[in-house]
Design a protein around this ligand. Structure first.
Ligand SMILES: [Zn+2]
Length: 335
């Protein structure tokens, strides 16, 4: 029985892109053995907690201790010798450049909707003229800088979107491929202010990079009448899955709508394989804001973030790209 409990505990710790809890300072030394512990400050930023007052409570995020070979800043050579290539901001710039012509041909544009705190571009890919009545897909990537695999999936998705004319004729795309470029270049979950950008959304607009992105998206969402799905692409620790709200959160029909997508995706994506976790999340998380305030069918897509080059399951960069293509197939079949 003890073993079984231990198994479930470790399982639940890994089935996340971060573990959040409130701790007493006295618990810190034990947690530090396994995790990098980040505590939330009064301003809402996260700072690495190295010392704590034993009777004080702290809201913390626990990230598994980074391996020594994980550079905290570019060019990620050591990382790339061991893991599937880390997806950087320059890669995003270069990739979008190669897609410019293809996007233009289908009536799409790449825009800069703002700058990160360190001055990097916040990209938006969307139609030159928005059609308010067309079926629409909303997608975000990289709220969390260190979750690089999400962007390979987005590449697979966008390539397929451009190439499959019947799909792009039927579905309109609103895409923010890299929300947190500064975090991406520091290999950090947080932005340059130490803010968790996926805990910074709210109806009145959040802060930092989210001001630009939410500010750009909100007026469009007011006009769009047929958003079929909103996907926020992330990277988990040990498994691929989808995060969705609990059955009681928005009723049976909504639950079933989400279940159908999860099942359909699982047919074409053998890594996700129908796997999901229930979480009503944080109220300022993109997914929760989209579900609650915009009434959208929003899900978080999680894929293992650090994939070893030598892995028994045969996962590669190409398999991530194919996961993006699977998203196109599932949407095309369902909506
Ligand atoms: Zn994440």
């Amino acid at each position: 029985m003890k073993l079984l409990i231990a198994f479930f505990l470790s399982f639940s710790l890994h089935a996340v892109c971060v573990h959040e809890k409130t701790i007493l300072g006295a618990q810190l030394p034990k947690l530090q053995k396994q995790y990098d512990v980040y505590a939330q400050t009064e301003e809402g930023s996260f700072k690495k907690l190295t010392k704590a007052i034993s009777i004080q409570r702290y809201n913390v995020q626990l990230l598994p201790k980074s391996e020594k070979s994980f550079e905290k800043s570019g060019p990620f050579d050591r990382y790339n010798r061991k893991y599937v290539e880390y997806y950087t901001y320059p890669r995003m710039v270069k990739y979008l450049d190669t897609k410019r012509e293809g996007l233009d041909a289908i009536g799409y544009q790449i825009q800069t909707v703002g700058k990160s705190l360190k001055g990097r571009n916040l990209f938006y890919v969307g139609p030159k003229t928005l059609d308010p009545t067309k079926k629409t897909i909303v997608m975000f990537g990289r709220h969390h800088g260190d979750e690089g695999t999400a962007n390979w999936i987005i590449e697979g998705f966008l390539n397929q979107y451009i190439n499959d004319k019947s799909f792009s004729d039927e579905f309109q795309l609103v895409l923010y491929p890299m929300v947190n470029p500064d975090g991406a270049m520091k290999k950090s979950r947080y932005n340059a202010n130490g803010r968790d950008l996926n805990r910074s959304w709210d109806k009145e607009l959040g802060e930092d990079e989210i001001v630009s992105i939410h500010g750009h998206l909100a007026p469009m969402l007011k006009k769009l009448s047929k958003v079929v799905i909103a996907l926020d692409m992330h990277g988990s620790f040990e498994e691929d899955f989808i995060y969705r709200v609990k059955r009681s959160y928005k009723g049976e029909d909504f639950y079933n709508l989400q279940q159908k997508f999860i099942d359909e995706l699982g047919i074409y994506d053998s890594w996700q394989n129908g796997n999901f976790h229930l979480s009503n999340g944080h109220p300022k998380m993109a997914r929760l804001v989209l579900v609650t305030h915009y009434n959208l069918h929003a899900l978080t897509h999680e894929t293992i973030r650090n994939i070893r080059l030598k892995n028994r399951r045969g996962r590669t960069k190409q398999s991530l790209i194919e996961q993006g293509e699977a998203v196109v197939t599932a949407i095309s079949n369902l909506y």
